[in-house]
Design a protein around this ligand. Structure first.
Ligand SMILES: NC(=O)c1ccc[n+]([C@@H]2O[C@H](COP(=O)([O-])OP(=O)(O)OC[C@H]3O[C@@H](n4cnc5c(N)ncnc54)[C@H](O)[C@@H]3O)[C@@H](O)[C@H]2O)c1
Length: 298
């Protein structure tokens, strides 16, 4: 059975992992960058290949601490290009794929739904098809708890029905179906994770739900701005109450308490706000940025 579990990830990119000489991850985005750094450090016998398009939200600064390591390789590329992806699987011996790459900003997804569908659904299909053809050992698709839609009282677990309420979550839910179909049809070993939202360093500021007011930063203004910011969205899920019993029964505990974590996060953004080009643009409630210019959808 594919394993569907809530999981925790931190922000940045996409990655592939290959064993010596290579493994592949995709990860320059916020969540994947933390995973890539940890893998490069802890698995010196694996080559960690980080494939990323370097979209507006990506920052190679997130990977500076490992960029010179022998077991790390960065490749700039687009998961929506089937020939390039096929060639990549042919030239690198890839054992495991961790698929983080996506368009991820919910607000933008209302205005650029087609781009979200294209990258998140079509791109995922390209990747899972190529991985299957290349006989990789495992394909991990990083999805989101947002596929459940919101709830104020009912808890969600992996058996809850998907009921997405915005184009981002819908595209992630649709992509899950494609990934799962490779298990159903071929018993291709796929894993789907539905992480809750994460906070912490490395995220493009649009998701830090607007640090602009925090930009002479303090915690109260962060919370106040959170309330104002989400008010602008066409629809909003109030909560994603995830059942975390299984995770806790495995011994998982948060290592950093919220109060300490949010303080460290704010400090990090004070120091690193300009790690991205045009970071200020991310602070507009509906940032209108060039990166989302219309794509030529095939
Ligand atoms: N951040 C969260 O709180 C959170 C929560 C749940 C799930 N997730 C999932 O985790 C993954 C990573 O999220 P994130 O917040 O780090 O996102 P992010 O937007 O910070 O990073 C996404 C990365 O994907 C890359 N990318 C975009 N389109 C691409 C393409 N066509 N080809 C190659 N690379 C491409 C971007 O350059 C960027 O580096 C996403 O799949 C997201 O749905 C994130």
């Amino acid at each position: 059975q594919p394993f569907l579990a809530p999981a925790l990830f931190f922000p940045p990119p996409a990655a592939f992992l290959s064993r010596s000489p290579a493994g592949t991850y995709r990860g320059t985005g916020s969540a994947a960058s933390h995973v890539v750094v940890s893998l490069v450090r802890n698995y010196p016998n694996y080559l960690i290949i980080n494939l990323d398009k370097l979209d507006y939200c990506a920052s190679l600064k997130n990977l500076e601490t490992v960029s010179e390591k022998e077991n790390y390789k960065f490749i700039q590329g687009d998961i929506c290009e089937p020939h390039f992806i096929k060639q990549l699987f042919e030239t690198e011996k890839i054992d495991i794929v961790l698929h983080f790459a996506a368009q991820t900003h919910v607000d933008l997804s209302f205005w650029h739904a087609l781009e979200f569908t294209y990258v998140n659904v079509y791109g995922t299909n390209v990747l899972v098809a190529a991985a299957h053809e290349a006989n990789v050992e495992k394909f991990v698709y990083v999805s989101t708890d947002e596929v459940y839609g919101g709830s104020t009282d009912q808890e969600f677990d992996e058996s809850s029905p998907k009921c997405p309420t915005n184009p981002y979550a819908s595209s992630k839910a649709a992509a899950e179906c494609f990934v799962q179909s490779y298990w159903e049809r071929y018993q291709f070993p796929v894993v789907i994770t539905r992480s809750s939202n994460v906070y912490g360093p490395h995220q493009y500021p649009e998701k830090v739900n607007n640090l602009s007011s925090v930009y002479p930063i303090n915690e109260r203004s962060l919370i106040v701005f959170l309330v104002c910011f989400i008010f602008h969205r066409p629809t909003n899920d109030l909560r994603y109450p995830m059942n975390s019993e299984k995770m806790h029964s495995l011994g998982w505990r948060p290592k950093v308490p919220w109060k300490e974590g949010i303080k460290k996060t704010i400090e990090w953004y004070k120091e690193n706000f300009h790690n991205w080009k045009n970071a200020e643009k991310a602070l507009e409630p509906f940032p209108v940025t060039e990166p989302f210019a219309q794509l030529n959808v095939p």
